[in-house]
Design a protein around this ligand. Structure first.
Ligand SMILES: *Cc1c(COP(=O)(O)O)cnc(C)c1O
Length: 413
């Protein structure tokens, strides 16, 4: 929407497809199911393959419906370009696969989504050194930088303990040292926070969570903010050096990770995600308000031992969250008093669903140590501050009073 750069977040999403002509004036980009794309002039086909002309070739590398979603995600993040993947994990796997080489080092927050943590074990087994740090303090990041450091990887709000990375200072440090700063923005989403504002070069989103928002479709994306100087990145193959510097990173990710690895987003899924994205602002306003109300109620209850939520004044990074994020997110975690069995409590809830996943319209609740962080083992959990009794809540859009009532009834019984 170059003529109307001043439109707000939701208006931009709603009207983005119509910026290009769509047959019959359809407000949605149609679902293009073709796997291949024909050219009247075979010379055009050759030019597309040789990168001299833009165009679609084969569905694994790109599809018009998926491109429309990629464009929308770029607008949401204020980024230069985006690539979609079948899942958020495929996007993260693609990132590491396309950009890291044996002998490199990656610095990662120790407070990580469990599957990303598991993926980094694979990365480490392939000869990349992984340095885990407490990223709530930039000094810990700076202390482990070596000449082999290729990227710093953090999440905005960590799941499940809600620690917030020292985003602004890590961004400045990476800019000074010329290191690629990658931010997994899933927990905040571009509605609450744009990592470009703190200097991130690449942004990851699991589209499965708040962006699609209804727990009915999987997807992931990498967005290039345009801030990182790819000409200075050592691991770009000669083939992609032929492109202008701003395009080199994404060209390599699209070819090496999307084309060769093949975890492409299906066009039907792209359409469903695009429909979900239209209401992300409305959903998150409600979810964040509900989360704050619920977290405050639990914090004030003597049967609750501790609540972790960036919206509470007691949260260690409350001030940073207030400064950087539009709201404090839809996820919090808490522990009950030691004499209350957490499984009994969970089973008394009538609205909150005992289930994994987050960023859904429905409130979901899960005992973390016994499920999503079980495989990690007690030692690693202890290092991440995850108590056996920790309960994670992803708050939905239910009517606030109904949610408060559900939790207080389950506590009272
Ligand atoms: C869910 C999640 C992912 C993975 O996304 P999928 O779409 O489930 O593969 C990555 N990072 C974070 C922070 C997540 O919450």
């Amino acid at each position: 929407m170059s003529d109307h750069a001043s439109y707000g977040f939701t208006t931009t999403i709603l009207h983005n497809d119509r910026q290009q002509a769509i047959e019959h004036g359809s407000p949605h980009k149609p679902v293009h199911t073709s796997v291949t794309f024909g050219y009247k002039d075979a010379r055009d086909l050759a030019a597309v393959f040789q990168g001299k002309q833009s165009g679609y070739r084969y569905g694994r590398q790109g599809n018009p419906t998926v491109s429309a979603l990629e464009d929308k995600i770029s607008k949401m993040e204020g980024g230069a370009a985006s690539i979609c993947f079948a899942t958020g994990m495929a996007a993260i796997g693609a990132l590491f696969q396309a950009l890291l080489r044996e002998g490199d080092q990656i610095i990662s927050s120790a407070f990580l989504f469990g599957n990303t943590s598991s993926l980094l074990q694979t990365v480490a087994s392939q000869g990349v050194a992984v340095a885990y740090v407490d990223a709530t303090d930039v000094a810990n990041v700076e202390a482990v930088i070596t000449p082999a450091t290729r990227m710093v990887f953090v999440e905005t709000i960590a799941n499940p303990r809600t620690q917030i990375a020292d985003l602004k200072k890590i961004g400045s440090l990476c800019r000074e040292r010329g290191i690629l700063f990658v931010v997994d923005n899933t927990m905040t989403s571009p509605y609450l926070f744009q990592p470009k504002k703190v200097g991130a070069g690449l942004v990851i989103n699991s589209l499965t969570k708040s962006i699609a928002g209804h727990g009915n479709v999987l997807g992931g994306a990498i967005t290039d903010t345009g801030l990182f100087d790819w000409a200075a990145y050592p691991n770009i193959a000669d083939n992609f050096r032929k492109q202008a510097s701003p395009q080199q990173g994404m060209a390599q990710i699209r070819a090496k990770a999307l084309r060769d690895f093949g975890a492409s987003l299906a066009p039907d899924a792209a359409h469903q995600i695009a429909v979900g994205a239209e209401t992300i602002a409305l959903r998150l306003e409600r979810e964040c308000a509900n989360a704050l109300a619920l977290a405050k109620m639990l914090e004030a209850d003597p049967r609750v031992a501790v609540v972790h939520y960036p919206g509470l004044a007691t949260h260690p990074q409350h001030a940073l969250a207030t400064e950087l994020f539009r709201a404090y997110g839809a996820l919090f975690s808490f522990e009950l008093r030691a004499d209350i069995d957490c499984f009994d409590f969970l089973n008394r809830l009538k609205l909150a669903i005992n289930a994994t996943h987050l960023g859904d319209t429905r409130t979901l609740i899960i005992p973390v140590a016994h499920t999503i962080f079980f495989e990690m083992g007690a030692e690693r959990r202890a290092a991440m501050g995850i108590a056996d009794s920790l309960i994670r809540v992803s708050v939905g859009i239910e009517d606030t009073q109904d949610l408060l009532q559900d939790f207080s009834a389950a506590l009272s019984a």
